[in-house]
Design a binder for this molecule. Sequence first.
Ligand SMILES: NC(=O)c1ccc[n+]([C@@H]2O[C@H](COP(=O)([O-])OP(=O)(O)OC[C@H]3O[C@@H](n4cnc5c(N)ncnc54)[C@H](OP(=O)(O)O)[C@@H]3O)[C@@H](O)[C@H]2O)c1
Length: 254
Amino acid sequence: MSGNRFTGRSALVTGAGTGIGRAAALALAAGGARVVVAGRSRAPLEETVALVERAGGTAVAEVADVSRAADVRGLVHAVVERFGALDVAVNNAGVFRGGPLADLAVDDWQTLLDINVTGVFLALQAEIRQMRTQPGGGAIVNVASNLGRHTQVPNAVAYAASKAAVASLTRGAALEYIADGVRINAVSPGASDTSMSLRPGETEADRAVRMKDQSPLGRVSSTQEVAAAVLYLASDEAASLVGTDLVIDGGAAL
Ligand SMILES: NC(=O)c1ccc[n+]([C@@H]2O[C@H](COP(=O)([O-])OP(=O)(O)OC[C@H]3O[C@@H](n4cnc5c(N)ncnc54)[C@H](OP(=O)(O)O)[C@@H]3O)[C@@H](O)[C@H]2O)c1
């Protein structure tokens, strides 16, 4: 294992079968954490577990839908039962639904609220209830977005609103629970190297051309770059960061 920042700690990462969640799970495991990786589809979660194990780490897959309270409670229970505590939680699961606001299906709006907002709300509740009983407390990192609180683009209004809610939940919960030893922060990625940042019909090569124009940095962020920010906020080095929303977007929101 390449690090020890998280040795002896246990972590939960939602949406860890792909993208940013997988990168965060791999990085936490590389730092010594034992990780429960969660999502709705088992196969990608098992791939994440295999990648962690190949690198010498420990991970377990748990199928769960973060929009269901019982599933989320079950996830926290699973981490504590297996590893004895929940030290780190990364609330990363999320979905994108886009299009002009006036044409967006109400079902899409509801899906954004159910997964991106209620999913984080339920996770915070279950995680805080556990962490505040632990002598060492815990650290929670929510994955928001630069869209919402930091910037807006056309055709992403509903998604942006859901992520602004994540930023608000982060700040409020951080204030309420820091005295109990539960430290809560957020990362706000911009366009990152996952399928979520591809426009309909767009290839990765098309996206690279678009990003050269659109992003001050000139490219998407890698999932490892976003994961590095997640790990920093979850680590003891960030002990005095409370309710912070760390933007990782190559300057897009400037
Ligand atoms: N990529 C970007 O450009 C970007 C930018 C800003 C913010 N973000 C945010 O970063 C986070 C990760 O996204 P990503 O880019 O890595 O995209 P991704 O590869 O699509 O990852 C999203 C993950 O969330 C899981 N998920 C979705 N709904 C779920 C539910 N109800 N319960 C449990 N898991 C669920 C998905 O797995 P299942 O479908 O198997 O459940 C998937 O593994 C999201 O919150 C996203 O909004 C991404």
